[in-house]
Design a protein around this ligand. Structure first.
Ligand SMILES: Cc1cc2nc3c(=O)[nH]c(=O)nc-3n(C[C@H](O)[C@H](O)[C@H](O)COP(=O)(O)OP(=O)(O)OC[C@H]3O[C@@H](n4cnc5c(N)ncnc54)[C@H](O)[C@@H]3O)c2cc1C
Length: 348
């Protein structure tokens, strides 16, 4: 890691996955870093705490532009450096026999996979082989337990000498908060909506199940025409089941219909989930722009990094590296990440 020639004073507002990676990248380059977070330490990262935290650059290409795959692959390298024990067992995509056309379409829209039959499937996840005869295997993908990853980033920041202030909301216009020689990076997620034209919320309902009798070691995505679901092992017999995609920024409880669909689909993947204990049911709001790509927006000495949509974990390290390179060396950011394009036009 190169050391900065000019030491900046950087204040990061918001300790979700985007803010913590920004802070970590600047701190490890030798800059002076302060993180201010509205929530207490154990509750940081409004959307980030609820993410499956799949690092799935290939699977996400089914609906995301190529830039997401490119940046996601870069991020995987950084995640591996941060967490050498990171699980990179890949992702399995499965479907019920009657929906096998879905598997074919998913394969056509993505790369980085192998089409596998029963033998390979039972070698990878023996408990799935009674239900599914074939699957797509994305062997280079990974996942992190999100709450552990946020805590690890906080620990690393402290060990690098960064100052972290929790239960400390920053109010007022952030672009007026930075003095000469200082930089503010606004990573407030949905809380910044009032200051960012075009930022919208996409709600995601999720459940956490404790199912010690189920043994799955990698994220499983079930393709289904009405109730697709993914299941992510979070460790210690705990699984995250997610997630709906609702065009809404309203934080509320999970609807009964979503609960039935998500949990019903989980039992389609593995019957053992029928006996699981439901530990948590929550709704997180993904901050997103119209094109579902994050944006880096300047206002005075304040830089906003937001709109990571369903890719905050996948993109946070690459975004942090790009922002730090941009500030230190003047490297140009990809235009897709700096311009907010409405479907009908372009605005700065
Ligand atoms: C159900 C669900 C599943 C997901 N699964 C995945 C996945 O598998 N892979 C993936 O890559 N992404 C996933 N995502 C997306 C990912 O969670 C988001 O993209 C990411 O969390 C956005 O991070 P953020 O740091 O921008 O926002 P947040 O995580 O919301 O963090 C913002 C932080 O700012 C703080 N804050 C707000 N206002 C202030 C203030 N005034 N002063 C100080 N602090 C403030 C908040 O308290 C919060 O800690 C998922 C999201 C959801 C909801």
């Amino acid at each position: 890691m190169r050391q900065a020639r000019h030491r900046l004073t950087v204040t990061v507002v918001g300790a979700g996955v985007i803010g913590l990676w920004q802070a970590y990248e600047f701190a490890r380059r030798g800059h002076r870093v302060l993180v201010c977070e509205a929530a207490p330490e154990k509750a940081t990262g409004a959307a980030s705490r609820l993410a499956g935290a799949m690092l799935a650059p290939y699977c996400e290409a089914e609906t995301a532009p190529a830039l997401v795959t490119e940046l996601g692959l870069r991020s995987l390298v950084h995640w591996r450096e941060l967490m050498p024990t990171l699980s990179t067992r890949g992702t399995l995509v499965v479907t019920c026999r009657r929906d096998e056309a879905e598997l074919f379409h998913f394969a056509r829209r993505t790369t980085g996979h192998l089409s596998i039959g029963l033998g390979d499937l039972s070698a990878l996840e023996s408990e799935l082989s009674q239900r599914f005869g074939r699957a797509l295997y994305y062997g280079d993908e990974g996942h992190v337990p999100p709450r552990l990853a946020l805590s690890l980033l906080i620990d690393r920041l402290r060990s690098l000498g960064a100052e972290l202030r929790f239960s400390q909301p920053v109010s007022g216009p952030l672009w007026l908060a930075a003095g000469a020689g200082e930089l503010v990076i606004d990573c407030r997620g949905m809380a910044a909506q009032c200051n960012l034209a075009g930022l919208r919320g996409v709600a995601g309902e999720m459940a956490v199940l404790h199912a010690p009798g189920v043994r799955l070691s990698r994220p499983i995505r079930l393709l289904h025409p009405r109730a697709p679901v993914y299941i992510v092992p979070w460790g210690d017999g705990t699984y995250m089941v997610g997630a709906t995609m609702l065009e809404s920024a309203a934080v509320g409880g999970m609807s009964l219909r979503s609960a039935l669909e998500l949990l019903g689909s989980a039992t389609v993947v593995h019957q053992g989930f029928a006996g699981a204990q439901v530990v948590e049911m929550s709704t997180g709001i993904r901050p997103a722009y119209d094109d579902n790509l994050p944006k880096v927006v300047w206002r005075g000495r304040c830089l906003s990094v937001n709109g990571a949509y369903r890719h905050g974990f996948l993109l946070a390290p690459a975004l942090a590296e790009m922002v730090a390179d941009h500030l230190e060396m003047g490297t140009v950011l990809p235009p897709e990440l700096t311009e907010y394009k409405r479907r009908t036009g372009t605005m700065a």
